[in-house]
Ligand binder design. Structure first.
Ligand SMILES: [Zn+2]
Length: 365
């Protein structure tokens, strides 16, 4: 199995999300894995969409797990120099939507898993749909039933093959404030929903979001959108606000939501748009230290811990697997994710296969 060919095949499936339509690409991967002796389970997720769990040699002990998503973001407004689904190669770079984020990563672990001897505890592969819209596929998989027994998880999102121990969490909230409308010349006759929002936001800005993390830094809060009012001479009876909170390990989102809810006036509504906890494995956990050493050896990447700025399906899978050691490590270039003329370096693809194969070789179940 050639990793470049497989990446090109996966890029050839248009899985731009929305709408996603990952089912055909998922079926292709299912056939490949079945041909390699894996047991494959497809978990449907609406029309033309599905997720996949593949296992080989599991049943005793704990498998080494790999995960990746098959959906991609839209192409964006700028014209592409390289057709986004053709997988053209130039100067050692393979171009296409999803090359970096993250069909290259998926192709690399599929190649390693299909070629390597099965380690004690086995291999488990989790392929998801709908990651780019907030890990919908991963959530559907966890809801569908228990995941296979996995002892450590490799998330093949783009890190240029650096071993990255985690990322911040994301908690996006929407509030709707309700007031009572009145003529703008007699505001005392109404209840101003924008003023309710202003008062609540002033309090929310004072909420303690938790202590800074030594690698990730401080948690953050951004008021992203606010809208309310229909015309200047009326008291607005509705105001809607969205917040983007980025949390660090140790912050429990439910507790944060409770603190924020306490700042809201009676009758205000709160809903969660995205709720993905932070992911972090202590860099001195022996398995992570070993993967970090492999990354340094094969990819020449530094060994000091860093955190990615994006979030991943690990926010769903790692807690569902009782917080197993997790690393984000994939061949894509993190700076190219979601960009026009996204590419993955062929050398990074080969490195990733070597790192994943070595990780399987070291795995003791
Ligand atoms: Zn991704």
């Amino acid at each position: 199995m050639d990793v470049t060919d497989l990446t090109r095949r996966l890029i050839g499936f248009d899985t731009i999300n929305p709408p996603g339509q990952e089912a055909e690409a998922m079926a292709f991967c299912a056939d490949l894995l079945r041909g390699g002796g894996f047991d494959v389970e497809i978990i449907a997720q609406g029309p033309d969409r599905s997720n996949l769990i593949a296992t080989k040699g599991t049943g005793a002990g704990q498998a080494l797990g790999f995960t990746g998503h098959l959906d991609t973001v839209p192409l964006g407004g700028s014209a592409w120099r390289y057709p986004p689904h053709d997988g053209l190669i130039e100067d050692g770079k393979l171009y296409g939507r999803g090359s970096t984020d993250m069909k290259g990563g998926v192709a690399a672990f599929l190649c390693a898993a299909l070629d390597a001897p099965v380690p004690p505890g086995g291999i488990a592969i989790l392929l998801t749909a709908g990651e780019e819209t907030g890990s919908d596929g991963a959530r559907a998989m966890v809801a569908a039933g228990p995941l296979p027994p996995i002892g450590a998880l490799i998330v093949a999102e783009p890190t240029a093959n650096r071993a990255v121990p985690g990322h911040k969490g994301a908690l996006w909230l929407r509030f709707v404030f309700h007031g009572v409308t009145a003529h703008g010349s007699a505001p005392e006759a109404g209840v101003n929903a924008i003023e309710l929002a202003m008062a609540a936001l002033a309090q929310i800005k004072m909420v303690d979001l938790g202590s800074a993390h030594p690698v990730m830094g401080a948690p953050s809060l951004n008021i992203g959108t606010i809208s309310g009012g229909l015309n200047t001479n009326s008291v607005p009876d509705r105001c809607e606000v969205t917040l983007d909170l980025r949390s660090v390990p140790g912050v429990v989102h439910d507790e944060l939501v409770a603190k924020i809810e306490a700042c809201l006036p009676a009758g205000a509504e709160l809903s969660r748009i995205i709720d993905l906890p932070a992911v972090w494995t202590a860099p001195n956990v022996p398995w992570l230290a070993a993967i970090t050493a492999l990354s340094a050896l094969e990819a020449g990447q530094p060994s000091d811990p860093m955190a990615m700025s994006y979030f991943t399906d690990a926010s769903i899978f790692t807690p569902a697997l009782d917080g197993v050691p997790t690393v984000i490590l994939g061949p894509g270039e993190p700076g190219l994710a979601h960009k026009t003329d996204e590419y993955v370096a062929l050398s990074r693809l080969e490195e990733a296969v070597r790192i994943y194969r070595a990780a399987l070789g070291q795995w003791e179940g």
